[in-house]
Design a protein around this ligand. Sequence first.
Ligand code: FPP
Length: 284
Amino acid sequence: MQPTGEWLSPSPTLRIDDLSAEERAVYATLRPDRLPQHVAIIMDGNGRWAGRRSLKRFVGHQQGAKAVQQVTETAARIGLPWLTLYAFSLENNLRRPRAEVSFLMRLLKTYLDGHLQRMLANNIRMRYIGRTRDLPHDVQEKMREVEEATARNTGTTLTLALNYGARSELVDAFRGLAAEIKHKHLSAEHITEADIHRHLYTAQMPDPDLLIRTSGELRISNFLLWQIAYTEIFVTERYWPDFRGIHLLEAIADFQRRERRYGGIGEDGGEVEEDPDRIRIAVS
Ligand code: FPP
Protein backbone atom coordinates (compact mmCIF):
# COMPACT_ATOMS: atom_id res chain seq x y z
CA MET A 1 0.00 0.00 0.00
CA GLN A 2 1.50 3.32 -0.98
CA PRO A 3 1.87 5.64 2.00
CA THR A 4 -0.53 8.52 1.78
CA GLY A 5 0.22 11.21 4.35
CA GLU A 6 3.34 11.92 6.35
CA TRP A 7 4.68 9.04 8.44
CA LEU A 8 5.75 10.15 11.87
CA SER A 9 9.09 8.79 12.88
CA PRO A 10 8.48 6.20 15.60
CA SER A 11 9.82 6.89 19.07
CA PRO A 12 9.45 3.60 20.91
CA THR A 13 9.83 3.35 24.66
CA LEU A 14 11.99 0.60 26.14
CA ARG A 15 10.28 -2.22 28.03
CA ILE A 16 13.30 -4.33 28.88
CA ASP A 17 11.60 -5.78 31.98
CA ASP A 18 9.09 -7.46 29.67
CA LEU A 19 11.83 -9.48 27.90
CA SER A 20 12.30 -13.09 28.97
CA ALA A 21 15.29 -13.85 31.22
CA GLU A 22 17.17 -15.37 28.24
CA GLU A 23 16.42 -12.34 26.06
CA ARG A 24 17.54 -9.99 28.84
CA ALA A 25 20.87 -11.83 29.05
CA VAL A 26 21.54 -11.25 25.32
CA TYR A 27 20.19 -7.68 25.50
CA ALA A 28 22.69 -6.96 28.29
CA THR A 29 25.52 -7.63 25.81
CA LEU A 30 24.17 -5.01 23.34
CA ARG A 31 25.03 -1.36 23.06
CA PRO A 32 21.62 0.35 23.21
CA ASP A 33 23.08 3.50 21.59
CA ARG A 34 24.02 1.43 18.51
CA LEU A 35 20.78 -0.44 17.92
CA PRO A 36 19.85 -0.72 14.24
CA GLN A 37 17.04 1.66 13.31
CA HIS A 38 15.53 -0.70 10.78
CA VAL A 39 15.66 -4.51 10.63
CA ALA A 40 14.19 -6.33 7.63
CA ILE A 41 13.58 -10.09 7.60
CA ILE A 42 13.13 -12.62 4.80
CA MET A 43 11.05 -15.22 6.63
CA ASP A 44 11.85 -18.51 4.97
CA GLY A 45 11.57 -22.21 5.72
CA ASN A 46 7.93 -22.66 6.80
CA GLY A 47 7.46 -25.51 4.31
CA ARG A 48 10.69 -27.30 5.27
CA TRP A 49 9.91 -26.88 8.97
CA ALA A 50 6.62 -28.69 8.35
CA GLY A 51 8.20 -31.30 6.04
CA ARG A 52 10.78 -32.26 8.69
CA ARG A 53 7.90 -33.06 11.01
CA SER A 54 5.83 -34.86 8.34
CA LEU A 55 3.26 -32.09 8.63
CA LYS A 56 1.41 -30.26 5.89
CA ARG A 57 2.91 -26.97 4.67
CA PHE A 58 0.02 -24.93 6.06
CA VAL A 59 1.01 -25.96 9.60
CA GLY A 60 4.43 -24.42 8.92
CA HIS A 61 2.76 -21.16 7.85
CA GLN A 62 0.59 -21.19 10.97
CA GLN A 63 3.66 -21.59 13.19
CA GLY A 64 5.32 -18.88 11.08
CA ALA A 65 2.52 -16.48 11.97
CA LYS A 66 3.14 -17.16 15.69
CA ALA A 67 6.83 -16.40 15.18
CA VAL A 68 5.85 -13.08 13.54
CA GLN A 69 4.06 -11.99 16.69
CA GLN A 70 6.79 -13.11 19.08
CA VAL A 71 9.58 -11.42 17.14
CA THR A 72 7.54 -8.25 16.69
CA GLU A 73 6.84 -8.00 20.43
CA THR A 74 10.54 -8.40 21.27
CA ALA A 75 11.33 -5.69 18.70
CA ALA A 76 8.77 -3.43 20.39
CA ARG A 77 10.23 -4.11 23.87
CA ILE A 78 13.77 -3.15 22.85
CA GLY A 79 12.52 0.00 21.11
CA LEU A 80 13.40 -1.00 17.53
CA PRO A 81 11.86 1.78 15.42
CA TRP A 82 11.30 -0.12 12.15
CA LEU A 83 10.72 -3.83 11.47
CA THR A 84 9.89 -4.96 7.93
CA LEU A 85 8.84 -8.56 7.18
CA TYR A 86 8.67 -10.20 3.76
CA ALA A 87 5.36 -11.97 4.24
CA PHE A 88 4.16 -12.62 0.67
CA SER A 89 6.02 -11.95 -2.55
CA LEU A 90 4.65 -11.30 -6.02
CA GLU A 91 6.37 -14.54 -7.01
CA ASN A 92 4.63 -16.44 -4.17
CA ASN A 93 1.36 -15.12 -5.55
CA LEU A 94 2.10 -16.16 -9.14
CA ARG A 95 3.93 -19.46 -8.60
CA ARG A 96 2.38 -21.20 -5.60
CA PRO A 97 -0.63 -23.51 -5.84
CA ARG A 98 -3.89 -21.52 -5.57
CA ALA A 99 -4.86 -23.48 -2.46
CA GLU A 100 -1.68 -22.35 -0.65
CA VAL A 101 -2.11 -18.74 -1.77
CA SER A 102 -5.68 -18.66 -0.56
CA PHE A 103 -4.62 -20.26 2.75
CA LEU A 104 -1.94 -17.59 3.22
CA MET A 105 -4.53 -14.88 2.55
CA ARG A 106 -6.90 -16.36 5.12
CA LEU A 107 -4.04 -16.69 7.59
CA LEU A 108 -3.08 -13.05 7.09
CA LYS A 109 -6.63 -11.87 7.62
CA THR A 110 -7.07 -14.03 10.72
CA TYR A 111 -3.70 -12.86 12.04
CA LEU A 112 -4.60 -9.18 11.62
CA ASP A 113 -7.99 -9.72 13.17
CA GLY A 114 -6.71 -11.74 16.10
CA HIS A 115 -3.68 -9.60 16.94
CA LEU A 116 -5.02 -6.05 16.75
CA GLN A 117 -5.42 -5.82 20.53
CA ARG A 118 -1.85 -7.03 21.08
CA MET A 119 -0.59 -4.53 18.50
CA LEU A 120 -2.33 -1.75 20.40
CA ALA A 121 -1.08 -3.03 23.78
CA ASN A 122 2.48 -3.05 22.40
CA ASN A 123 2.17 0.41 20.79
CA ILE A 124 2.91 -1.12 17.35
CA ARG A 125 2.04 0.75 14.17
CA MET A 126 1.10 -1.42 11.22
CA ARG A 127 1.98 -0.62 7.59
CA TYR A 128 2.22 -2.48 4.30
CA ILE A 129 4.30 -2.27 1.15
CA GLY A 130 3.69 -4.00 -2.17
CA ARG A 131 1.01 -4.15 -4.85
CA THR A 132 -1.59 -4.65 -2.17
CA ARG A 133 -4.38 -3.41 -4.46
CA ASP A 134 -4.23 -6.84 -6.15
CA LEU A 135 -4.93 -8.76 -2.94
CA PRO A 136 -8.46 -10.06 -2.19
CA HIS A 137 -10.79 -7.23 -1.19
CA ASP A 138 -11.71 -8.65 2.20
CA VAL A 139 -8.00 -8.92 3.07
CA GLN A 140 -7.40 -5.32 1.93
CA GLU A 141 -10.29 -4.18 4.08
CA LYS A 142 -8.85 -5.88 7.17
CA MET A 143 -5.42 -4.43 6.40
CA ARG A 144 -6.85 -0.94 6.19
CA GLU A 145 -8.78 -1.40 9.42
CA VAL A 146 -5.65 -2.45 11.35
CA GLU A 147 -3.51 0.26 9.74
CA GLU A 148 -6.03 2.91 10.75
CA ALA A 149 -6.52 1.52 14.26
CA THR A 150 -2.74 1.54 14.92
CA ALA A 151 -1.91 4.74 13.02
CA ARG A 152 -1.44 6.84 16.16
CA ASN A 153 0.84 4.34 17.90
CA THR A 154 4.33 5.69 18.45
CA GLY A 155 6.32 2.47 18.96
CA THR A 156 7.77 0.03 16.46
CA THR A 157 6.43 0.36 12.93
CA LEU A 158 5.79 -3.17 11.64
CA THR A 159 5.70 -3.14 7.84
CA LEU A 160 4.47 -6.26 6.09
CA ALA A 161 5.65 -6.67 2.50
CA LEU A 162 2.63 -8.20 0.76
CA ASN A 163 2.39 -9.04 -2.92
CA TYR A 164 5.76 -7.33 -2.92
CA GLY A 165 8.58 -7.50 -5.46
CA ALA A 166 11.51 -5.09 -5.48
CA ARG A 167 11.68 -4.87 -9.26
CA SER A 168 7.99 -4.04 -9.50
CA GLU A 169 8.50 -1.46 -6.73
CA LEU A 170 11.17 0.15 -8.93
CA VAL A 171 8.84 0.03 -11.94
CA ASP A 172 6.13 1.75 -9.88
CA ALA A 173 8.68 4.32 -8.62
CA PHE A 174 9.93 5.11 -12.13
CA ARG A 175 6.37 5.44 -13.40
CA GLY A 176 5.61 7.87 -10.58
CA LEU A 177 8.76 9.83 -11.24
CA ALA A 178 8.13 9.95 -15.00
CA ALA A 179 4.64 11.33 -14.37
CA GLU A 180 6.05 13.96 -12.01
CA ILE A 181 8.71 14.99 -14.51
CA LYS A 182 6.11 15.36 -17.24
CA HIS A 183 3.73 17.28 -15.01
CA LYS A 184 6.43 19.69 -13.78
CA HIS A 185 8.15 19.97 -17.20
CA LEU A 186 11.47 18.87 -15.68
CA SER A 187 14.42 17.41 -17.50
CA ALA A 188 15.61 13.83 -16.93
CA GLU A 189 19.24 14.96 -16.36
CA HIS A 190 18.16 16.46 -13.05
CA ILE A 191 16.93 13.16 -11.57
CA THR A 192 18.76 12.33 -8.36
CA GLU A 193 18.88 9.28 -6.09
CA ALA A 194 16.71 11.23 -3.65
CA ASP A 195 14.02 11.59 -6.35
CA ILE A 196 13.92 7.83 -6.86
CA HIS A 197 13.85 7.28 -3.09
CA ARG A 198 10.84 9.62 -2.80
CA HIS A 199 8.84 7.40 -5.13
CA LEU A 200 9.60 4.07 -3.45
CA TYR A 201 7.02 2.38 -1.21
CA THR A 202 9.53 2.91 1.61
CA ALA A 203 9.93 6.67 1.04
CA GLN A 204 9.19 7.54 4.65
CA MET A 205 11.42 5.01 6.35
CA PRO A 206 15.18 4.69 6.66
CA ASP A 207 16.96 1.97 4.67
CA PRO A 208 17.42 -1.27 6.64
CA ASP A 209 20.63 -1.48 8.68
CA LEU A 210 20.28 -5.22 9.06
CA LEU A 211 18.67 -7.85 6.81
CA ILE A 212 18.05 -11.27 8.33
CA ARG A 213 17.27 -14.35 6.26
CA THR A 214 16.18 -17.59 7.87
CA SER A 215 16.60 -21.18 6.59
CA GLY A 216 20.13 -20.78 5.29
CA GLU A 217 19.47 -19.68 1.69
CA LEU A 218 21.98 -17.14 0.39
CA ARG A 219 19.57 -15.15 -1.75
CA ILE A 220 17.88 -11.74 -1.70
CA SER A 221 14.77 -13.01 -3.54
CA ASN A 222 13.73 -9.66 -5.00
CA PHE A 223 13.43 -7.95 -1.59
CA LEU A 224 14.17 -4.22 -1.11
CA LEU A 225 16.85 -4.20 -3.84
CA TRP A 226 17.33 -0.43 -3.83
CA GLN A 227 17.18 -0.05 -0.06
CA ILE A 228 19.77 -2.71 0.93
CA ALA A 229 22.73 -1.15 -0.89
CA TYR A 230 24.66 -0.83 2.40
CA THR A 231 22.68 -3.18 4.62
CA GLU A 232 24.47 -5.79 6.73
CA ILE A 233 23.22 -9.31 5.98
CA PHE A 234 22.75 -12.04 8.59
CA VAL A 235 21.77 -15.56 7.49
CA THR A 236 20.72 -18.23 9.97
CA GLU A 237 20.06 -21.92 9.25
CA ARG A 238 17.06 -21.79 11.59
CA TYR A 239 13.66 -22.14 9.89
CA TRP A 240 11.33 -19.19 10.38
CA PRO A 241 8.76 -21.02 12.60
CA ASP A 242 11.61 -21.63 15.10
CA PHE A 243 12.84 -18.02 15.02
CA ARG A 244 12.19 -16.10 18.25
CA GLY A 245 12.93 -12.74 19.83
CA ILE A 246 16.16 -14.07 21.29
CA HIS A 247 17.40 -14.86 17.76
CA LEU A 248 16.61 -11.31 16.70
CA LEU A 249 18.73 -10.09 19.62
CA GLU A 250 21.57 -12.46 18.65
CA ALA A 251 21.48 -11.14 15.07
CA ILE A 252 21.66 -7.58 16.44
CA ALA A 253 24.64 -8.57 18.62
CA ASP A 254 26.39 -9.91 15.49
CA PHE A 255 25.51 -6.69 13.64
CA GLN A 256 27.06 -4.61 16.41
CA ARG A 257 30.36 -6.50 16.07
CA ARG A 258 30.64 -5.42 12.43
CA GLU A 259 32.23 -2.29 11.09
CA ARG A 260 30.12 -0.46 8.52
CA ARG A 261 32.23 1.40 6.00
CA TYR A 262 29.79 2.58 3.30
CA GLY A 263 32.63 2.34 0.74
CA GLY A 264 35.04 4.27 3.01
CA ILE A 265 38.09 3.06 4.94
CA GLY A 266 37.86 1.00 8.11
CA GLU A 267 39.75 1.55 11.36
CA ASP A 268 42.25 -1.25 10.53
CA GLY A 269 42.62 -0.24 6.89
CA GLY A 270 46.28 0.88 7.14
CA GLU A 271 47.80 4.35 7.10
CA VAL A 272 46.66 7.01 4.64
CA GLU A 273 49.48 8.21 2.33
CA GLU A 274 49.94 11.98 2.79
CA ASP A 275 51.23 12.57 -0.76
CA PRO A 276 50.02 9.79 -3.09
CA ASP A 277 51.59 11.50 -6.15
CA ARG A 278 55.09 10.51 -4.90
CA ILE A 279 54.31 6.79 -5.06
CA ARG A 280 55.59 4.91 -8.13
CA ILE A 281 53.00 2.53 -9.54
CA ALA A 282 54.55 -0.75 -10.69
CA VAL A 283 52.40 -3.04 -12.81
CA SER A 284 53.89 -6.47 -13.30
C1 FPP B 1 8.45 -18.94 3.44
O1 FPP B 1 8.19 -20.26 3.71
C2 FPP B 1 7.47 -18.05 3.95
C3 FPP B 1 6.43 -17.48 3.26
C4 FPP B 1 5.82 -17.96 2.04
C5 FPP B 1 5.86 -16.23 3.72
C6 FPP B 1 5.87 -15.99 5.18
C7 FPP B 1 4.56 -16.27 5.77
C8 FPP B 1 4.37 -16.41 7.08
C9 FPP B 1 5.43 -16.23 8.08
C10 FPP B 1 3.05 -16.77 7.60
C11 FPP B 1 2.05 -15.70 7.73
C12 FPP B 1 2.51 -14.32 7.96
C13 FPP B 1 1.78 -13.39 8.57
C14 FPP B 1 2.27 -12.00 8.62
C15 FPP B 1 0.53 -13.71 9.21
P1 FPP B 1 8.21 -21.26 2.49
O2 FPP B 1 6.83 -21.74 2.31
O3 FPP B 1 8.83 -20.62 1.29
O4 FPP B 1 9.17 -22.35 3.07
P2 FPP B 1 10.04 -23.38 2.23
O5 FPP B 1 11.05 -22.58 1.45
O6 FPP B 1 10.66 -24.23 3.29
O7 FPP B 1 9.09 -24.14 1.35
